[in-house]
Design a protein around this ligand. Structure first.
Ligand code: PDD
Length: 276
């Protein structure tokens, strides 16, 4: 593992964040999470572009150009010596005396490279259990903000009951998971929630929609209800960390026959091929 803070490589646990750092005190920042397969960061440019959008969305000027961030990520991976890794990086508004209104300070950029955590094989083979919860987040969920309290609490509630993910519902419609996007397959058609400020524009989501097109699977970006999800033939979640993970049950009710569906497996195979 390795860390990077404002221009310096460090051991992860060596990093010291000043008390009056706005990321620390307010969660005043944005982040990205990238997976590295066989030393290559997957869809890195897409993630860096999203970081720029998130930063602009909360008025943070990144301390590096997008090209510089790319170079830092690649150098960090090299320095870590890891082949299969996860890279986390964040930009915060920087250091200033605590005050809600923010001064024009220079932003801070930190990064870690750590060995990849693996989702158990069993979860892919059997699917995961999920629960539905009210989406209590703010109105700008398209920004990948450090403020994750509602996500963390919902995920914790899911985990306490032995579930892998909580699927969030806003105004009667499924938005996304606490750290994933949600897809449904019904009569061979793929459905996912459209991009609005209610969800994060998942990099994996986008890749899946392209792969579906290449595999002649019709996809529709349309909002759907929890009932539509429960009555689906197949359902899965997507994210950088889990790729595509079949949903076995929602609120203890099985999806389809409770086994990962063919379309789900096809799309996951295609996604794996994309990075090999
Ligand atoms: N989470 N929706 C939310 C709320 C997320 O936090 C994530 C990713 C996604 C999927 O986005 P992507 O396919 O770009 O990873 C959707 C990351 C993995 C995290 O929080 O670490």
């Amino acid at each position: 593992s390795i860390g990077f803070i404002n221009g310096q490589f460090i051991e992860i646990n060596q990093a010291v964040i000043p008390i009056e750092e706005r990321g620390h005190q307010f969660g005043d920042g944005v982040y990205e999470f990238v997976k590295v397969y066989n030393s290559v960061p997957f869809l890195l440019e897409e993630h860096i572009n999203r970081l720029e959008k998130s930063a602009a969305g909360i008025d943070i000027k990144l301390p590096y150009s997008l090209g510089e961030i790319k170079a830092i990520v690649i150098e960090s991976i090299k320095k870590s010596g890891l082949k299969d890794a996860e890279v986390y990086f964040q930009a915060t508004r920087g250091i200033a005396p605590r005050n809600h209104a923010f001064p024009d300070v220079s932003s801070s950029f930190t990064l870690t490279v750590k060995p990849s955590r693996k989702v158990p094989k069993q979860s892919y083979e059997e699917g995961i259990d999920t629960i539905l919860l009210e989406d209590e987040r703010w109105g700008r969920c398209h920004i990948k903000s450090l403020n994750l309290l509602p996500n963390i609490l919902a995920k914790h509630q899911a985990a306490k009951g032995g579930n892998f993910e909580a699927i969030l519902v806003k105004d009667g419609y499924v938005t996304e998971g606490t750290s994933s996007n949600v897809f449904v397959v019904k009569n061979g058609v793929l459905y996912t929630t459209p991009l609005t400020s209610n969800i994060l524009a998942g990099i994996t989501r986008e890749a899946i929609l392209k792969l579906a097109e290449s595999a002649n699977v019709v996809s529709i970006e349309k909002k759907f209800t929890p009932e539509f999800l429960s009555e689906a033939d197949e359902a899965f979640i997507s994210s950088t960390s889990v790729e595509i993970l079949p949903i076995r049950a929602v609120n203890q009710q099985l999806i389809g026959n409770g086994k990962p569906g063919e379309t789900t497996k096809t799309l996951h195979n295609l996604l794996c091929k994309l990075r090999d």
